[in-house]
Structures are given as C-alpha cells and as structure tokens.
Design a protein around this ligand. Sequence first.
Ligand SMILES: NC(=O)c1ccc[n+]([C@@H]2O[C@H](COP(=O)([O-])OP(=O)(O)OC[C@H]3O[C@@H](n4cnc5c(N)ncnc54)[C@H](O)[C@@H]3O)[C@@H](O)[C@H]2O)c1
Length: 342
Amino acid sequence: MHILITGGAGFIGSHLVDLHLARGDQVMVVDDLSTGVRANLIAHEDNPLFRFEQADVLTWDRLGHVVGWADRVYHLAAVVGVYRVIAEPTKVLATNIAGTERLLRAAHDGGWKPQVVIASSSEVYGHNDEHILHEDQDLTVSTRAGTRWGYSVSKIADEALGLSYAQRFGIPAVVSRFFNTIGPRQVGRYGMVVPRFVAQAVRNEPITVFGGGLQTRSFCDVRDTVVALDSLATHAGRQTVTANVGNDREISIRDLAKLVIERAQSNSVIKDVPLREAYGEDFEDIRRRRPDLARLRTLTGFHHRHKLEDTIDDLIATERRNMAGEKDGHCTLVRTKSERAA
Ligand SMILES: NC(=O)c1ccc[n+]([C@@H]2O[C@H](COP(=O)([O-])OP(=O)(O)OC[C@H]3O[C@@H](n4cnc5c(N)ncnc54)[C@H](O)[C@@H]3O)[C@@H](O)[C@H]2O)c1
C-alpha cells in the first residue's frame, strides 16, 4: 500500500510510520516540524520505502501529486496541545480547518479518491461530560467557551468537511475521535499530563495537579491507538465511518498522579494548582472523558495490549535514561544525516 501521513513526524504519526513500514508499505511523511521532530523517524532514514518532506500542508506544492499517489492518507497535521491552543487560537482554526479542506480538495481534484483518515478528537464532545461518550450523541460547545474551544470547533469542522467530501464526491472518510493518547515520544511541553507527571516524579519534584484532580480521563497507549486506527480504516474500506479510538479504563487525575509516584517509587508530593493559575482566567475544564468503544470493537474486534501501568513504566524508564544522558553530558536527541553532515 502507498501511505501518506501528514504530521507524521509527531507523536501518533511516527508510530503509524513504524506500523506501516514494518508491514512493507511505502510511506511518505509531510510535516512542518512545528511540534514534531525528525528524531522520531530516525530509525527509517535509510529505508527505501520511506520518504520525508518538510513542508506546511497549507502551502506544500506537491500535495496534489502525492495525494494522487496514495491509497490511504492519514491527516494528522494540526495545531495541538492545550498551551498552544490557548496561546494561538487563530492559528488553531486556520491550520486545522484550512489544512483539512486543502487535503480533501486535492483528493477530489486528482480524481483518484484515496481513503482519507481524519484525526478528530474527544474534544468534539465539548461539554458532554456526564456520560460515556458515544459517536451518535450531539456535540455541544458551550457559549461560555474561551479560546480553548477553538480546537473543538476546528475538529468538528474537519469532521464535517470529511463527511461532506465523502457524501458529495465519494472520497471514503474515516473519522477517528482520539481520546487521550499516551506513550513513547509524547512531549509534555504543550500541556500533556502524563509526560509532565513522569518528568516531575523521576526528579522527585512536586506533581502539579490542576483543577482539583477529581476530573477523569481514559488513556490509551499509542501503540494500541495506531493498531486500532489501521484496523478501523482496513475494515471501513470504501465506507465512511466515524468512531471513537481510545481506551475505556477511566482514572481520575489525582489517582493518575498517585500511580505515577508509586510506579516511579518517587518521593514527590502532590501539589494542587488552581485551573486559573495553570491556564488563565477563562479556561473551563472537562470533568469526564470516557469513550464508548462498542463501534470500534464491533467493526474491528480490537482489544488493547498495553496496560496503563506498563505504559507508565516505559515512560519512567525512558525519562531516567534521558536524565542519565543529560548528566553525562551526552545529547540524547538523535540527529538526522544532513544535520550530522552540516
Ligand atoms: N495525542 C492525543 O491525545 C490526541 C487526542 C485527540 C486528537 N489528536 C489529534 O491527533 C493528531 C496528532 O496529534 P499528536 O498528539 O501526534 O500531536 P503532534 O503535535 O505530535 O503531531 C502533529 C504533527 O503535525 C505537524 N504539523 C502541525 N501543523 C502542520 C502543518 N501546517 N503542516 C505540516 N505539519 C504540521 C507537527 O509538526 C506534528 O509533527 C492531531 O491532529 C491531533 O489533533 C491527538
């Protein structure tokens, strides 16, 4: 198969690259490296089945050509992470919506109609935080919405674009509503909770819990996420599908902090930080996020292989290796060939 991955140097995208190259598919990545890094793809640099291009999906002049080459396109390129979403609200809307529209238009104009997998998010459920979240329920964004909700709106627009191009022009769309995804290569600096807790725990620093810690989330290991996503796309074939992709084990953020402390055998204490202090005045948190996975399971028979405890152990081990590298004065980041040559 020929696979195009926009945003493929990022966290989820780079694991999709691993999965498809291991299967012998040809993979092309386009990424502007705004949050992704080449180091995530270093293992494939010499693989003749792999190609990388650094470009912005909004302006990349080869988009039409490569979309015409692809059997499946994973569209992951987006402005992501709660800190960026708060700091750059207009960029979130412009990049996420215009990028998806440009991609779908290229798929239509080329006439080849590859399958397009659109990375949506549990954030489309907005203020629905009472129940387990099912794909067919209404999506409600609050009128009290601050800038955070631009991200939800952008993902709702992406979904609507995908479904409209599918209905009007027969481009098969798979809309994947990712719930919290965690695992190797995720970075904490854009506001992701698990890498932040792990970094604090291994340094025996206070674990900063925002907003009381009673809010719950459901975390899925990225290695499960990409298997589920591929399986969903394969089973969907030329059909259009919207499905939740995640793990339905629910944990409060305070219990997550305790779990990370326990797994790291850390001396960290939990430090409560009011939401306002963490994210600014108009930030509203979601109390609960748990996916209904019946559709994913019925369509694919998918089951998870990674337990939360195992993922946290992996992340702790990696963080400790990185810290040891820093102390020895070694750079733990891997450089690309061209960077080495320069
Ligand atoms: N990680 C999660 O828990 C989660 C949850 C819900 C939805 N998602 C969605 O999944 C996708 C991947 O997220 P991720 O967690 O891997 O984040 P990420 O930041 O690691 O990946 C996004 C990638 O897109 C690239 N990118 C951004 N704008 C671009 C542009 N204009 N042109 C080309 N490349 C661009 C970035 O450099 C990065 O490599 C995103 O669309 C995100 O909204 C992720």
